[in-house]
Design a protein around this ligand. Structure first.
Ligand SMILES: *[C@@H]1O[C@H](CO)[C@@H](O)[C@H](O)[C@H]1NC(C)=O
Ligand SMILES: *[C@@H]1O[C@H](CO)[C@@H](O)[C@H](O)[C@H]1NC(C)=O
Ligand SMILES: *[C@@H]1O[C@H](CO)[C@@H](O)[C@H](O)[C@H]1NC(C)=O
Ligand SMILES: *[C@@H]1O[C@H](CO)[C@@H](O)[C@H](O)[C@H]1NC(C)=O
Length: 381
């Protein structure tokens, strides 16, 4: 009896295992596919769509398009239309399987236009119809909302309506044209419900989960030129002393109920610089007096520029394993950034959490594709 029972259990176990494996294997590869995203800043100098190493990415975002601030429709000028056609046709030619989206808004646009657009059903509809029209006309696979950031609880309610109505229209359009539905995503704040400024508020996580295909969580910009009193790890994975970290931010989205299969971890291909108060005191959080190198006092260097900075100035590199970040220091100049080593740890962390993938801001910041290659290889292991 005991033996029979054991045999039965083993048989049941094997069957369950086999059925499980079969269903995993039978799932469309689309479902399992890791997401390896990257934003393309359309204003970048000396960097064209054809220079993107498309085999390293699954999703590429054109940054940015912005609707008119009165009609909330997109008015694409002739020169931009040419750029969009070039973007989608160049990328498709290089890699037919890469998904191409356009991203709406961005940090420079700020929150006001979106807040007004989302505040009434008619302006939401103008925006939604126009966005679908632009996507189809220029052969994009989807649309990415980059509202940085909803400022009030009211904005969050309106965002929920916008996403719901957008999804409905995208479904209707797909049915009436018999085409695959456009993809819908959004770039969101590092945390679902902890904001460093403004009133307390939380993203509408039910609407986000239901209506978006995924969200790109902006796990960077924790510290920067807006505060020159101290250095900071702008994309720290961990911070034992505060909630300003990628692990906290991703955890907040998971606690908010957004499925892990819809969460994409953000990785910066840039660093942030400061001028130290005292060259001898150069840790993370060391006193500073100004921003460091970078154009227009932004205190921003791309990873490629950081590599050059390190080489030219023979900067000392320091790994900080507590935060999973690296910084370089030379004299009173300091830059904190991510490199292949920190990205390796972050990719391992995101995979263990069961997230869908990662994305980079921005694709032109890498040095000889080193970080992009490291991330892509690790996620596919
Ligand atoms: C809309 O944009 C125009 C052009 O950039 C600007 O002059 C105007 O102030 C904006 N209007 C509103 C209501 O934001
Ligand atoms: C895109 O533009 C580039 C640079 O202007 C040009 O060399 C290339 O032929 C264009 N490609 C397509 C597919 O339009
Ligand atoms: C600036 O950064 C320091 C160190 O992170 C922090 O203690 C201080 O509160 C910040 N100041 C402002 C105005 O945010
Ligand atoms: C971090 O967030 C948690 C809630 O998620 C809160 O209980 C805690 O006080 C916060 N810690 C700090 C240092 O702000």
């Amino acid at each position: 009896m005991a033996t029979e029972h054991k045999t039965f259990t083993l048989f049941t176990f094997l069957t369950v295992l086999l059925v499980g494996l079969t269903s995993v294997m039978a799932r469309p590869s689309y479902d399992n596919e890791a997401m390896k995203g990257a934003y393309f800043p359309s204003w970048a100098q000396n960097f064209t769509p054809s220079s993107i190493k498309t085999e390293l990415f699954t999703h590429i975002y054109y940054a940015f398009l912005t609707p008119n601030n009165i009609t909330f429709k997109f008015n694409i000028e002739h020169s931009e239309a040419i750029q969009l056609v070039n973007f989608t046709s160049t990328l498709r030619e290089k890699n037919p399987s890469v998904k191409i989206l356009f991203s709406v808004g961005g940090a420079a646009e700020g929150p006001v236009l979106f807040s007004r657009m989302a505040s009434s059903p008619s302006s939401r509809m103008s925006f939604i119809f126009s966005s679908i029209e632009v996507a189809r006309k220029f052969r994009f696979d989807g649309i990415d909302l980059d509202w940085e950031f909803p400022q009030t609880p009211g904005d969050m309610v309106n965002l929920a309506h916008l996403l719901h109505e957008w999804r409905l229209e995208v479904q209707k359009e797909a049915e009436s044209t018999s085409r695959p539905p456009l993809l819908l995503s959004a770039a969101v704040y590092y945390s679902a419900d902890t904001f460093l400024s403004g009133p307390e508020r939380a993203y509408p996580s039910v609407s986000v989960s239901k209506n978006l295909d995924w969200i790109n969580v902006m796990n960077y910009d924790y510290y920067g030129a807006w505060n020159t009193t101290a250095t900071g790890a702008q994309a720290a994975l961990f911070d034992p002393e505060s909630n300003l970290s990628t692990s906290y931010g991703l955890g907040s989205w998971i606690r908010a109920g957004v499925p892990r299969s819809k969460l994409i971890m953000g990785l910066p291909l840039y660093g942030r610089t400061w001028q130290l108060k005292d060259p001898m005191s150069h840790g993370i959080g060391a006193p500073a007096i100004d921003v460091g190198p970078g154009p227009d006092r932004t205190g921003v260097l791309t990873f490629a520029e950081v590599v050059e900075f390190n080489r030219e100035r023979k900067a000392k590199r320091v790994y900080d394993m507590a935060t999973v970040s690296v910084y370089s220091v030379t004299g009173d100049l300091w830059v904190g950034y991510d490199d292949p080593k920190t990205v390796t740890v972050k990719i391992g962390y995101a995979r263990n959490l069961g997230l869908r993938g990662y994305f980079f801001w921005a694709v032109n910041g890498d040095y000889k594709w080193k970080i992009s290659k490291t991330a892509s290889k690790l996620w596919s292991l």
